[in-house]
Design a protein around this ligand. Sequence first.
Ligand code: ADP
Ligand code: MG
Length: 260
Amino acid sequence: MLRVENLRKVYQEGTKRAFEAVADLSFTVEQRELVCIVGPSGAGKTTLLKMIAGLLTPSSGTVHLDGEVVTGPPEKMALVFQDYSRSLYPWMTVEQNVAFPLKHRKLGKGEATGLIRDTLQSVGLAGAGAKYPWQLSGGMQQRVAIARALAYQPEILLMDEPFASVDAQTRADLEDLVLQLRARYGVTVVFVTHDIDESVYLSDRVIVLTPSPTRVQEIVDIPLPRPRDQVDTKELPEFAQLRGYVWRSIKRPELTDAPV
Ligand code: ADP
Ligand code: MG
């Protein structure tokens, strides 16, 4: 469904201070797959997502979505960012926030209202439609951002460290919410995180990035059974093994790095 080919990004091209953030990235994501992208801070993860989302032009290489080259924000894609406090409009209610991107869709009024109600319910915020974002906790605000992305009915959902600024319990709940929503809506998910446990817990595959200038260090299959559970899954010896494997791949890249 998504094909990233030899993607490269140099910031400030043509000047002396040019910086090669992304060197050469290639990978694919299948329909309905949940792929996590992990790499250290500054590894170019956000740069990569912005190029996939058509918000940033690659210096070279291409992104294909459903066989078409991405040159601007694709219709069938939605994004959830880390910083929920900046991603919601503070002067709009929760319902209005979720409704906002739907204005670009030609939906009947009843259809839009139904979608908003369903998605708010599916993220556990059925009663919060009339509230303002600042009346909600961080975790609830991030649920609103997820509801807004889902109401848009994307085929593919990009998430950039979406749970990095919520507490551990909320984070676990939101991780499970993503798994449930993927099962329910069948959406393809590309999830960026620097948290190795999170990547193994959520993924079908983990794509490990090198530090900048970024390449793919390794792609790790995660054949853990589904549905997953925060306690049972994490107690499996296979979970510990995979977690250790990804951890070592990130922390000691020199051990697995194949020089070109
Ligand atoms: P990550 O999301 O993995 O933390 P980023 O994609 O945000 O990494 O950044 C990768 C590298 O590119 C960093 O070194 C960052 O400083 C640099 N960078 C990001 N955005 C810009 C920009 N607009 N101009 C110049 N350098 C940038
Ligand atoms: Mg980032």
